[in-house]
Structure formats: structure tokens, C-alpha cells
Write a protein that binds this ligand. Sequence first.
Ligand code: 5GP
Length: 172
Amino acid sequence: MSVIPHILITRQEIHEAIDKMAGEIRRDYADKNPLLIGVLKGSFIFMADLVRQIAIPLEVTFTRLSSYGSGTESSGKIKVLARLGETVKDRDVIIVEDIIDTGLTTAYLISYLNKRKPASVRLCSLTDKPSRHKVPVKIDYLGFTVPDKFIVGYGIDWDEKYRYLPDICYVE
Ligand code: 5GP
């Protein structure tokens, strides 16, 4: 089966949204040295662009959660594959996500982090599919609300393909 990705959000629009989010984070976290935790693998390009725009002292780490595998539907069974240990204690944490779909992954990660006693936890996501939420999710810094389509590009894959696309696209 051949799949053609269609552009949903252009690279220009992505960079404008990142400028806006980064400005808000810069304002809220001046002098706080926040710890940004990227959720691999989909957030790696977003994280790289975001931190360069935030441009205040901060630290970066990554975690990895069990993912969809090669399907396009969440199994709802989530595991933290890259554990964060002591790194979050007393820190002002910002989770950096590529997509919030059902919200189950993020809800799980927030409860995992809260057990490790951070000073605060906020959520930054490049995209959100509100029509798909199964649990309430509060997104503090959001790039785009997207329709219920399968998104790829700008770091986001389908079965490891399409991460390199510079725009956010959808496949059918
Ligand atoms: P949730 O737990 O919110 O349902 O799913 C979050 C994760 O599912 C995302 O971080 C991403 O890995 C994957 N996901 C959800 N929707 C999409 C999508 O449209 N495209 C891709 N490539 N992954 C998605």
C-alpha cells in the first residue's frame, strides 16, 4: 500500500507557534531553571527547536513510553521505558509532547512524575486532538489543535517512517 502524506501545518506555521510557546515559557520560568522532559521519539525535533527559542537557562532530558507500535490505535497499556529516577525531585518540570490523542499517555506520565516529588509539572504539546480525549488533559502551552487524522512529520512517525518531513502532515 502506498501512502502519500498531505501537509496539514506548514513549517512556517510551526515556527510561529513555537515562537509563541517559547515566549510564554520564557516569561513563566525566568530564573527557575526548568527541566524539560521530552517524550521520545516524537518530540525530538520539537524539543530542539523549542529550547533554542526559549533561550533562558534550562535543562533537558527525555523519557520513552511504550507506544502504538506499528498500529494507529492506542492500546491504552502504558509503560515508562526510560525511567527518570531522582532527576525530577524538587524541579519545575515541563513535559514536552508531540501529540495528545486520548490523553492516557500524558495522564500516566504526570502521575509517574508526581510520585517523584517535583516542585511543579506543566505540559507543553505541539498538537492536540481534543475530539479523541478519553481523560481530561490540561495543556499549559499548546501549538495546534488538530482534527482526528493520523499525523506524521516534524519528528512524528508512522512505523518509524516520515519523521524527517519538515511540515506536519496527515496520512489516510
Ligand atoms: P495518547 O495516549 O494521548 O492516546 O497517545 C499519545 C501518543 O500516541 C503520542 O505521543 C503518539 O506517539 C501517538 N499518537 C497519537 N496520535 C497520533 C497520530 O496522529 N500520529 C502518530 N504518528 N502518533 C500518534
